[in-house]
Design a protein around this ligand. Structure first.
Ligand code: CDP
Length: 135
């Protein structure tokens, strides 16, 4: 056994930008979050890199191939030992479809501000807006 402190487990979420817009996905569950919007993603599995996890999750949820890019915004603590992180995701192939969400939408900066985002993802609004404004 190593004495190194246990690293936080990660949930990864992907920010896909295209033509001045950001992709958002509408949750179907749990009931408290159903109908609210998020950056798509999910839990990193044991022995999996965050980059591979993001690519796996977005393939499973959106049917697209992505390349994981740089981190965006702050770490959002979800529970002790579990942290939510956003990464830029570059579309490599495929057109996103909602396999796991109610629907998808592409928003510009103004629309992002009017969306009912899940609370956790609101932490990234400043960086997402800055990115959308620069596109
Ligand atoms: O797909 P998987 O079950 O691995 O993960 P998930 O249920 O989609 O997400 C794991 C946790 O992260 C849940 O508590 C989600 O609410 C949260 N999450 C979030 O707050 N914001 C996101 N953009 C993605 C996940």
């Amino acid at each position: 056994m190593s004495d190194a402190p246990a690293r936080d487990r990660e949930v990864v979420a992907g920010a896909i930008f295209r033509e001045g817009r950001l992709l958002l996905a509408q949750r179907t569950s749990p009931p408290a979050l159903a109908g609210r919007w998020e950056l798509p993603g999910g839990k990193v599995e044991e022995f999996e890199s965050p980059q591979n996890a993001l690519a796996r999750e977005l393939l499973e949820e959106l049917a697209v191939e992505v390349r994981c890019g740089a981190r965006i915004g702050v770490d959002v603590p979800l529970s002790p030992g579990l942290v939510l992180r956003a990464y830029r995701a570059e579309l490599v192939s495929g057109e996103p479809v909602a396999l796991d969400h109610a629907q998808l939408t592409w928003v510009d900066a103004e629309e992002l501000l009017s969306m009912d985002l899940v609370d956790n993802d609101r932490a990234w609004i400043p960086e997402l807006l800055a990115e959308l404004s620069a596109l």
